[in-house]
Design a protein around this ligand. Structure first.
Ligand code: FAD
Length: 317
């Protein structure tokens, strides 16, 4: 079922979870172990992130280094298929531009279609750590907008091979990412919103926000989107604070701010257990306010830590 249909047929705020594929070499049971405790909250969908290859340095016996390309968390498509089979819940694979040329993307979409996966989250993907900025593949999509165009073309039966006639019409519901505090590469929020509108005009049917800790950022963002004619559901992304060092790392990695009231509370914590407690309580209050204000779905970035997500959901479900 399409995410938009889940939202349309609901009369209350829905729940969804984002999970990461396990590290290479780890069994899939580890993943189920994290998802099982969350099933009681009847998630409408579960997203699975996509992790492209990156370079690591491997030391040779002579002390010099080899630059080796590796993917630490493969398996997104297979996990989505297994997840739908096991839990009968819609899985939403993240599909990125980085590392894919358009032929790879088309083939990945065909795989997803054959597996009965109706939804995808279309993303540009981050730059590899070794690169100064995002570099598209030769003949690859250079941003999420391009990727959405390709998905929508397949939904219209237009494949890359122009000679392919009567090609099967796929029925993907494509979502996209959005950033209440603007994307790191964007010069300002207005510029980011202009490109966001183009993603929606190209066919993005729902949006999932970057994590935020100040609900007012989300409310203001939704208002701005509506003012410029972005009318699709905007799903808030929730990430509870788990460790003291995240106060410094999250703003840097995700281009977000931590509200003063939260940093004040975190400063009183003596260890990460206390941080987790403060983070859980903060997220519960965030969720309650978002639900009160009609958020269509609460999307939890579980980051493999289901116990804390469960503790939050228990208070608001
Ligand atoms: P885009 O929409 O392409 O935008 C990227 C930047 O380019 C923005 O600054 C935008 O304003 C600008 N821009 C857009 N179009 C144009 C244009 N035509 N001309 C000039 N500038 C333009 N990353 C992963 O690698 N794997 C994941 O699984 C993953 N999941 C995510 C899930 C969510 C909900 C979110 C919010 C992010 C996720 N990311 C993931 C991170 C994401 O890939 C990065 O934030 C990436 O840098 C941008 O992706 P995007 O799809 O938002 O890019």
């Amino acid at each position: 079922m399409k995410i938009t249909e889940h939202i349309k047929s609901a009369n209350k705020t829905l729940f969804s979870f984002e999970i990461l594929p396990p590290l290479k070499g780890v069994e899939i049971d580890e993943l189920w172990f994290g998802i099982d405790p969350l099933i009681e909250f009847k998630p409408s969908f579960i997203d699975v992130t996509y992790h492209r290859e990156d370079f690591v340095l491997k030391k040779r016996p002579d002390g010099s280094y080899d630059k080796v390309s590796t993917r630490k968390r493969p398996g997104t498509v297979a996990i989505c298929a297994a997840l739908q089979h096991k839990y009968k819940i819609d899985a939403v694979p993240h599909l990125i531009c980085g590392g894919f040329d358009k032929e790879d993307t088309e083939n990945a979409l065909i795989d997803l279609h054959f597996l009965g996966i109706d939804n995808v989250l279309a993303l540009r993907g981050d730059a590899r750590k070794a690169d100064a900025g995002f570099i598209p593949e030769p003949n690859g999509n250079k941003n999420a907008l391009d990727l959405i165009h390709q998905i929508k073309n397949m939904n219209a039966g237009i494949y890359l091979d122009e000679e392919l006639t009567n090609a099967h019409i796929t029925k993907f519901c494509a979502g996209a990412a959005c950033y209440p505090e603007k994307h790191a590469d964007a010069p300002n929020l207005e510029s980011d919103l202009k490109f966001l509108k183009r993603k929606v005009e190209a066919g993005a049917e729902f949006l999932i926000t970057q994590m935020f800790f100040d609900n007012q950022m989300y409310f203001d963002f939704v208002k701005k989107c509506r003012e410029i004619g972005i009318n699709v559901p905007i799903i808030p992304g929730i990430k509870p604070m788990t460790t003291a060092k995240q106060v410094y790392t999250l703003p840097k990695i995700f281009n977000i701010q931590i509200p003063v009231a939260l940093t004040n509370e975190l400063e009183k914590c003596k260890n990460d257990n206390e941080v987790k407690q403060v983070g859980t309580e903060w997220a519960i209050e965030q969720c309650k306010e978002l639900m009160k204000n009609g958020a269509p779905v609460l999307h939890f970035y579980t980051m493999g830590k289901s116990a804390q997500t469960k503790a939050i959901c228990e208070k608001i479900f």
